[in-house]
Design a protein around this ligand. Structure first.
Ligand SMILES: [Zn+2]
Length: 377
């Protein structure tokens, strides 16, 4: 067993803007919290610093004109022609180093893919990655480069024949869905707040793939207020049997944490307790996992959740070497790993009944229309 945490403090040099919710420095915060709680200490865990990817790497998926536009935006100066490529909007501002940032995100994810391909590393986490909305010829949804699509292409080229892409971000993984909609090599499974109520307004259960890819795109739309119990129930009902039937060579997981009830951009009601149960299911489903951060905008909560995710992926228990040693005024420093866990959250009974009815319909649709395509009776 071997694991790699991919991280560089160079991400801290980039900012999409003070008021923009996407904060690249989350990577450093996760690294520091993992370090503090002994989650990087094992001899089989490496912390690796990524190098920026190249223009050629980006062209493995993106349109040349788009890449040229992104490169020209690197100075940070806006030009109206960039709007055609989704650049210079509120969601995707032009900022100094936007191209360099994109290359670094891609470099980190591709390092992870190379480690998994080599067979030497089973578990990888790159917190500043998983930009699932970026399109072939445009930026959208805070995403300038689709590092996921390029990584999956690399993994396929490197000999992986069957890959599950699982996306537990609160938003639909539209950019990744578009790239593999006709493919049966990638089983795409996304759980997300329904497109009826949230950007990118897609990801309905009847989006199921096309041609030989029919049944290899699986979307589970969720109602507003979805809580831990409902989420975990949907995940276990859909992901677990599909993963058992598909038997992936590796899993690429976008583990966004904008599903939390405190997230300012979405309307789901998870705590990190439900999130961890889902991470455990993902870990059980395959021995090789490339995990990528994705969204999450209540920064301290995301950092705690991703620290727990790293612990789960590695079968470790966070511990604080200083706990109990220092007391008095320094107590907050020594409160220990319990601080990582959210308190339980309970919804009103009538809301729960509505949630149950909603999710049962979605699960039934997938059981009826997608499971038979995978031989699940
Ligand atoms: Zn998201």
């Amino acid at each position: 067993m071997s694991s790699a945490f991919i991280y560089t403090s160079k991400f801290d040099d980039f900012s999409l803007g003070e008021s923009h919710p996407f904060k690249p420095y989350r990577g450093t915060m996760v690294f520091e919290l993992c370090y503090r709680y002994g989650l990087l200490d094992e001899p089989w865990i490496e912390v690796l610093e990524p190098e920026p990817a190249s223009e050629e790497d980006m062209l493995e998926y993106h349109q040349r004109e788009y890449v040229e536009a992104l490169k020209s935006a690197n100075t940070g100066s806006f030009d109206f022609t960039l709007l055609e490529y989704g650049l210079g909007t509120g969601d995707n501002p032009v900022f100094k180093g936007v191209y360099d940032f994109s290359l670094l995100v891609l470099g980190a994810t591709l390092l992870g893919a190379a480690l998994i391909s080599s067979g030497k590393v089973n578990t990888v986490f790159s917190p500043v990655g998983g930009l699932h909305h970026a399109g072939y010829d445009h930026a959208e949804g805070f995403c300038y480069v689709n590092d996921i699509v390029i990584a999956i292409k690399r993994l396929l080229k490197g000999g992986m024949k069957k890959i599950i892409y699982v996306d537990i971000d609160a938003h639909h993984g539209n950019g990744v869905q578009d790239a593999f909609y006709d493919s049966d090599e990638v089983l795409f499974i996304s759980l997300h707040q329904s497109g009826d109520t949230l950007y990118p307004w897609s990801g309905f259960e009847n989006e199921m793939g096309n041609g030989k890819g029919l049944g290899y795109t699986v979307n589970v739309p969720l109602s507003e207020y979805t809580d831990d119990d409902t989420y975990v129930r949907a995940f276990e009902a859909v992901y677990t049997p599909l993963a058992e039937a598909f038997r992936p060579d590796c899993v690429v997981a976008q583990i966004g944490l904008d599903t939390l009830k405190k997230d300012p951009l979405t309307n789901l009601r998870l705590t990190n307790n439900g999130y961890i149960r889902v991470l455990e299911e993902i870990k059980k489903s395959c021995s090789k996992i490339l995990a990528l951060g994705g969204g999450g905008y209540s920064v301290p909560d995301v950092v705690r959740g991703w620290t727990l995710a790293w612990a789960v992926l590695n079968g470790l228990k966070p511990y604080d070497p200083y706990q109990g040693i220092i007391s008095g005024n320094l107590t907050p420093f020594t409160q220990g790993p319990d601080e990582l866990h959210d308190p339980p959250y309970h919804l009103a009974e009538n809301i729960k009944l509505d949630l149950d009815a909603y999710i049962e319909k979605k699960i039934a649709y997938i059981r009826e229309n997608i499971f038979p395509l995978h031989g699940i009776g």
